[in-house]
Unconditional design. Structure first.
Length: 269
């Protein structure tokens, strides 16, 4: 197996042959407004349910890919609206979380799932250790490097950046119903999280804190990793997929989320 490195001129990654029938050059993440000078940086680890060319699926695994197991439904459309309204840089995952989960540390057992709901994932079923390392090097690392670069650029020009990780959650899980609209997940920044939660409530969202997952249980990996590394404030926002069923609904959620963030952070966008 051939291991490859980022192109020094373009910053794109040449993906190896185990992922593609023929090698291609493509940035393995989505990027909006990379030259923005806004202090707000948005990450969106589960933005896509796409697969690299050559990864095989079957009907059951395609159903899983379309579900919340494959991506955070609707959230990239929300992020696009927030980024547009606040002129904020946004970085989103380019591939399904089932290829490699960008919101998990490399040692996490759920980094690459072999099955979901007892459905085997064909492109993960016989994955070797070398192939796992290659996915980390070509997909996971470049995504997190881009977040680091965006935050470091702001610090270098004297800004105090703020990192918000956007996610969405399924309204039903095993078989509990989640009735609230938004969750504010935090570890270190309680007061800021509650200020943002109150601003979201003023926009009409019903809000819970550290739900449906808790930032105090290691479940906001991307935000916590980069927030701690750069010593900046960070939170994760989770939006109920019940309210993201159409493009118009996603845009409306993005508009209201942008208004809340503007009020809390004092942004000019």
């Amino acid at each position: 197996m051939r291991h490859v490195s980022p192109d020094l001129n373009t910053g794109a990654v040449r993906l190896p042959l185990w992922q593609h029938q023929r090698p291609v050059t493509r940035r393995p993440y989505r990027l909006l407004r990379p030259r923005s000078r806004s202090p707000l940086v948005i990450s969106c680890e589960h933005a896509s349910n796409a697969l690299p060319t050559g990864m095989k699926t079957d009907p059951p695994s395609r159903r899983i890919l379309r579900s919340h197991w494959g991506w955070d439904i609707g959230i990239w459309q929300v992020v696009r609206e927030v980024s547009r309204r606040l002129s904020a840089t946004a970085i989103g995952g380019g591939y399904s979380r089932l290829v490699v989960d960008l919101n998990r540390e490399p040692s996490d057992p759920s980094l690459i799932r072999r099955a979901c709901e007892e459905v085997p994932i064909p492109f993960n079923a016989r994955l070797s250790a070398r192939a796992m390392v290659s996915r980390l090097a070509t997909l996971h690392a470049p995504y997190h490097d881009e977040i680091d670069q965006q935050l470091a650029r702001r610090v270098a020009i004297g800004q105090s950046p703020f990192l918000v990780s956007f996610h969405s959650f399924t309204p039903f899980l095993n078989p509990r119903r989640r009735r609230f609209d938004a969750g504010v997940l935090f570890l270190d920044h309680d007061r800021l999280a509650h200020r943002l939660g109150r601003a979201l409530e003023r926009e009409g969202f019903s809000v819970r804190y550290n739900r449906p997952y808790s930032g105090r249980e290691g479940l906001i990996y991307a935000a916590a990793r980069h927030g701690a590394n750069h010593q900046i404030p960070y939170v994760e926002l989770e939006f109920n997929q019940r309210g993201l069923g159409t493009p118009a609904a996603c845009r409306a959620t993005g508009r209201r989320a942008a208004s809340a963030l503007r009020a809390v952070l004092g942004l000019d966008g």
